[in-house]
Design a protein around this ligand. Structure first.
Ligand SMILES: [Zn+2]
Length: 322
C-alpha cells in the first residue's frame, strides 16, 4: 500500500461502525499472528543449501508466505522449513499461536480450541514440534551434575490395541514394585546452579544405560556426579572418568555433607510428574522422550522459551541446554 492509499485508509477509520471496528481489530490481530509465524520460521533461515550444503544460495520468490531460496550448486529450491519436521505441515501461519500453547504446556484440547485446529491435528503438531528437541541435550557440563531416576507407569494411551491385559482399577493388586517392567525409568541430570538438564527414557536402570545416557553430558575430570546410592550409579566413576558422590537416600538424619544431594533433580521430577499426570492426564510411553523435551523447553531460563524459540527449536536449532 503506498503512502497516499494508507493515509486515506487511516482517515476512513473514523467512519467505521462499532461492528466494523471490531472486525478490523480482529483482522489486525490475526495478521500479526500470521506474520509472527513466518518471521519465526525465517529467523531460523538457512544460509546454506538444506540439500547439498552449498553456500551459493539466492532468494527465489515467495511461496506460501515463506521466502524461497535457489541453490546455485544443485539447482534445488528450498525454504527455512525444508527438511525439518515442520516442512510438510499446512497452516504455517498458525505456528506462532500454536507455539504459545506449547510454551504454556497446554493440553491437546486447550491448544486445539485456542488455535482453531482439530484435536487430531493439534496432537500431530505437538509431536512434530518436539521431535528435534529430544536431541538438544547438554554437552560437557562442568561442576556438580545431580543425577536421579524417577519412574513412569508404562502407558499405551491412545493406542487401539493393548499388548497386555488391561489394568483393573489402576492395577494396584499386582506388580507395584518398581523393578517391574510396568514401570519405565527416566533419568534426569540437573547441573547445579545452571539451567542445564539432561534426560533420557531408559529401558532398564543399569550401569550401561546410565553411562550411555550421560557420556555426552559430562567432562572427564571436571564434572562431579551426585547420585543416590543406586547400584546403576556405582561404576560411573570408572566408566565416565568423572568423580562421583553418592549418599544413602533412605537416611533421614542430619545431612552431613550439605553439598552432595539431588534436590534440584528431585524438584525437576516433581514438576515433570505433576504436569504430566495432573494436567495431561498421563502420556503414552512411546512419546515420553518428547514430553521430557517439552519440559526442558518450559523450564529453560526463568520463564521458559519464547514462542519464536519454540519454533526455532522445532526447526532443529538448539535453544535449550546451550
Ligand atoms: Zn544445493
Amino acid at each position: 500500500m503506498n503512502a497516499r492509499q494508507f493515509k486515506r485508509f487511516l482517515e476512513s477509520v473514523t467512519k467505521l461502525t462499532a461492528g466494523q471496528l471490531e472486525q478490523v481489530r480482529s483482522a489486525l490481530a490475526s495478521e500479526q499472528t500470521v506474520r509472527a509465524s513466518y518471521r519465526a520460521i525465517e529467523a531460523a533461515r538457512p544460509c546454506s543449501c538444506r540439500r547439498c550444503g552449498s553456500e551459493k544460495v539466492v532468494r527465489n520468490g515467495v511461496q506460501n508466505g515463506l521466502q524461497r531460496f535457489l541453490c546455485r550448486a544443485c539447482g534445488k529450491t528450498f525454504n527455512a522449513a525444508t527438511g525439518t519436521p515442520l516442512s510438510r505441515l499446512r497452516d504455517k501461519d498458525q505456528f506462532e499461536a500454536y507455539a504459545q500453547c506449547m510454551r504454556k504446556g497446554y493440553t491437546v484440547r486447550q491448544a486445539a480450541a485456542e488455535v482453531g485446529l482439530s484435536l487430531d491435528k493439534a496432537f500431530r503438531w505437538r509431536h512434530r514440534f518436539l521431535s528435534e528437541v529430544v536431541a538438544h541435550q547438554p554437552k560437557g557440563v562442568t561442576g556438580i551434575l545431580e543425577v536421579d531416576e524417577t519412574y513412569f507407569r508404562e502407558s499405551q494411551k491412545g493406542s487401539r490395541k493393548l499388548t497386555r491385559p488391561p489394568r483393573k482399577r489402576g492395577g494396584k493388586a499386582k506388580g507395584r514394585g518398581r523393578r517391574n517392567k510396568d514401570w519405565i525409568p527416566v533419568l534426569v541430570g540437573r547441573a547445579r546452579g545452571q539451567a542445564l538438564t539432561a534426560d533420557r527414557v531408559l529401558g532398564r536402570l543399569t550401569g550401561v544405560e546410565v553411562t550411555d545416557a550421560l557420556k555426552e553430558a559430562v567432562t572427564p575430570g571436571e564434572t562431579i556426579l551426585c547420585t543416590d546410592g543406586h547400584s546403576a550409579f556405582l561404576h560411573l566413576q570408572r566408566t565416565l572418568g568423572v568423580q562421583t558422590k553418592s549418599f544413602v537416600a533412605s537416611y533421614h538424619g542430619p545431612v552431613l555433607d550439605k553439598v552432595y544431594h539431588v534436590q534440584s533433580a528431585n524438584h525437576y521430577h516433581e514438576r515433570l510428574k505433576s504436569w504430566i499426570q495432573r494436567r495431561l492426564r498421563g502420556v503414552a510411553t512411546k512419546y515420553l522422550p518428547n514430553y521430557l523435551a517439552w519440559q526442558r523447553l518450559m523450564s529453560w531460563g526463568k520463564t521458559g522459551v519464547s514462542a519464536e524459540e519454540v519454533i526455532a527449536s522445532a526447526l532443529g536449532r538448539q535453544v535449550v541446554n546451550t
